[in-house]
Design a protein around this ligand. Sequence first.
Ligand code: ASP
Length: 327
Amino acid sequence: MTDSSTFEPVVVIHGGAWAIPDKLSSASVDGVCSAARTGYDVLRRGGTAVDAVEASVRSMEDCPAFDAGTGSVLNTKGEVEMDSVIMDGRRLQCGSVACVQNIKNPVSLARAVMEKTDHTLLVGKGANEFAEEIGIQTVPTDSLVTDDAREEWLQFMKFKTTVNVLFRSRAEQTALPSTVCDTVGHDTVGAVALDKFGNTAAATSTGGITAKRPGRVGDSPIVGAGAYADNESGAVSTTGHGESITKVCLAREVTHLMETGLAAQVASETALQKMAARVQGSGGVVTVSKDGGIGKHFTTERMAWAWIKEGKLHYGLECGENFVINL
Ligand code: ASP
């Protein structure tokens, strides 16, 4: 941690990459804007980057429009299994949970793994037992399941595919009726922040992909894939086709590119181009560099995003959008 308070606080949010159906678009945009305000308030009051990204992600886990916490998508058995990660750029501390059920806010459990255990990742039953031990809020898993998630699951079980195909080419998607493509709401959430002390942090949370195999863990809880934070470069949270993101360690790829001198935006674009070229995967990232540079980019049709710096909230959903509100 640096001693001086000379950094302009920044928070950057994503609400998941994919087409985002029209019926969820305004809820997604409202959700990311509200998450950005929540995180920025924490930073303005002198909170740390870790506090800010946890608060932002919690607010989106509680919003049923997103595939994280309440609103998580369902596996082939019709069950919720959630993944989350948080990373503190000061000393590269990190914590993750995977395949957890009946946890209202998986990001807070991930933070507890980071701060209260000697480990970096807890999964399934062990993670749930740890949650009970330390008094993290549990809820009936059914209370996390929304009607939209159930409807999406029914569609995908009917056509015996996973939402995986939606991150692939249009040609591969023709196997699916348009009703499926038009109704899925596939919205992992993530946040990155820079606090006034110059510390960076990143967090990501997801229910994964609809009709995944039970036990499937995607990129989101994997450090370097779903998120990465290092005060010496910056912080990144990712979203998109998990298996592709894992193969290229997308978040770490972005910080690596910033280490070579690229700006946050160029690093974000370059890393996603590499993922498309090497493994034909699509997705999105949000980035903040150690000096407050902002990056956000996606290779899917839409990604809800928002960021706040110097009292201005920027947000958008479609490529090229950049709405601005003075706070
Ligand atoms: N990356 C997530 C996963 O594959 C999904 C997403 O970001 O939408 O689990």
